[in-house]
Design a protein around this ligand. Structure first.
Ligand code: MN
Length: 293
């Protein structure tokens, strides 16, 4: 199944060229709160409910006319893998990888959906795209082994881990509002038997910047889930950003960013660089500087 949100709080299933409204069938009765009906569906599935929609009576909208939204607008947490492709490690001249660094967290308030804009926070610091495979957890996972890890996955999505290149801590540089576009839908895990074999491409302004296959991940999806679950309990609906290959680069006002992953889909967002402010003008920085003079 390909599942996403549309029309503020409706859960849609992609069926051919249509989006079918399966909200009540898959998510049960609302209201669904800020996490939305797909989160509710994932939690219900985790409880063991077998949820197979009967599409017959459900309203349909042509996919081309549906304004898709982030499938999970507020995940419980977003875990990121730093330096998880060897070619990206080389381009950034990092001496360490995910194996040394562990994982990081991104704020769950940074999620946006297809067609929305990434807002560049700084007028004088570079902000990069990182095209990544996103993994959505399907049931509570704590200290799971790599061999059993995939049975804890609900599905997969396209994800952009937008990142400022500054000296700020990773969780700051990656947590500005709009910095985690996901979508256009989540493809359930049954359709992707092996997530470590997927072609991934990321284009900015019509130019391909990143091209890889998830086979090149240092920690594959299984190892990443095993490692992460040894640190923190993963809950249904949590999202893991698996890391980015070589080819990260700066975003500019008006850019279109596309990440496309084999068997999953194509996520496109815009870039708004009109609201950036100088790095030194963040709250606190100017007075700190003055105090040191
Ligand atoms: Mn990343």
């Amino acid at each position: 199944m390909r599942l996403t949100l549309f029309r503020h709080d409706r859960l849609g299933l992609v069926d051919g060229d249509d989006l079918v409204d399966v909200t009540e069938q898959l998510a049960g009765p609302g209201p669904y709160g800020p996490a939305g009906p797909l989160q509710r569906h994932i939690e219900r599935a985790a409880e063991g409910l077998t949820l197979v929609p009967d599409l017959g009576p459900c309203p349909r909208t042509p996919l081309t006319e549906a304004a898709l939204e982030a499938p999970l607008p507020r995940p419980g947490k977003i875990v990121g893998a730093p330096v998880n492709y060897l070619d990206h490690k080389a381009e950034m001249e990092y001496t360490t990888s995910v194996a040394d660094l562990g994982i990081f967290l991104k704020a769950n308030s940074s999620v946006i959906g297809p067609g929305q804009d990434v807002v560049l926070p700084y007028s004088d610091k570079r902000t990069d795209q990182e095209g990544e495979l996103g993994v959505v957890i399907g049931r509570t996972a704590s200290h799971v082994t790599a061999d059993e890890a995939l049975s804890y996955v609900f599905g997969y999505t396209c994800l952009l881990d937008i990142t400022v290149r500054s000296d700020e801590d990773r969780s700051t540089r990656k947590s500005f509002d709009t910095f985690t576009p996901i979508g256009p839908w989540i493809v359930t895990a049954d359709e992707i038997p092996d997530p470590d074999t997927l072609d991934l491409r990321c284009d900015v302004g019509g130019t391909t910047r990143q091209r890889t296959n998830t086979a090149d991940l240092i920690f594959g999806v299984r190892e990443l889930i095993a490692y992460t679950s040894s640190v923190m309990t993963l809950h249904p609906g949590d999202v893991i950003a698996t890391g980015t290959p070589a080819g990260v680069g700066p975003l500019g006002h008006g850019d279109r960013v596309v990440v496309e992953i084999e068997r999953i889909g194509r996520l496109e967002v815009g870039v708004d660089g009109s609201r950036g402010t100088p790095y030194a003008e963040r709250p606190g920085r100017a007075s700190k500087r003055a105090a040191q003079d």
